[in-house]
Ligand binder design. Sequence first.
Ligand SMILES: [Zn+2]
Length: 352
Amino acid sequence: MNDYLRIPGLIDIHVHLRDPGQTDKEDFNTGTAAALKGGITTIFDMPNNLEPVFSVEKLSEKSKIVSNKALCDYGFFFGSDGENLAEFEKAAGKTIGLKLYLSDTTGKYTVTDESQIYKIFKKWTKKKPVVVHAENEKVGLAIKIAYDCGNILHITHITGENELAQIMDAKKMGMKISSDATPHHLFLSLEDKERLGKYAEVKPPLVSKRNQAYLWNHISDIDCIASDHAPHMKKEKESEISYYGMPGLETMLPLLITAFHDGKLTFEDIIRMTSHNPSKIFNLKRDDSSYAEINSEEEYLIENETLFTKCKWSPFAGWYVKGKIKRVFLRGTRVYEDGKILVRPGFGKNIK
Ligand SMILES: [Zn+2]
């Protein structure tokens, strides 16, 4: 017997597993292994693969490639550049939502033309969320268009008052709108830039301690925590070019439990933001047979060498965290225990 704490398996709604196309950075096997190690039993993979997932054909191709590699359950987002509206109807049934880039990110997926954004929102099903990467004035634009067109809207990786205040106003108006924040915006700030150098580069950028404090002070208004796991290789991060993004699957839950010990949030908050709200927003069935068992008192050091992610680095390396994930169960099967994956690739299922 043990007295491990049991919490529902996490649903990480924002992940880039780079497969297919950039499997030197990560693939569906290493990425979903990292997820399980982090207590995450379902991940939602973003559509900005090297060849973007803008067509049903690309979606099927991706599905075929990753299905025999997956260790945890997964769902796919569909992407749009505004030129693929004819694909929406078919794609909606096979995906958990639409991901739209209104602000710049790695690759060329940003849609800037307002009339085109309107067309996308209008055409996308009103039953599944549009998840937007929107910074600054683009937040208000996304809210306005989703309001006009009647969409479910989710603003991902919010970084402060600008986004959250507008989202809270829209909620009061009865809109179906939600948000998530990432561990790197909650646990790292501009002050970490000196230590991390180019490893700190991420979109949206790290924020000031003041903005970060705003997020923590309003944690009960934030709907979800999502890792935005976006691995790049060390040699890429250290190069002249900027590769935005950082890994986060394995460190998200331990960091949150450490924050619980520091009195910054409750266990109920953690469960609300990592499983209850994700299932509610994306309309998933609650699954009591997928859960993680945690020794919430065990302290350990985050080390690059022991990470499962293929990129083998973490902005949190060298940090002591308190809260060790001991065992993970997925649909009733023990899938992870003490640093070992216990199922074969392909055990993870597409939830759609
Ligand atoms: Zn992302």
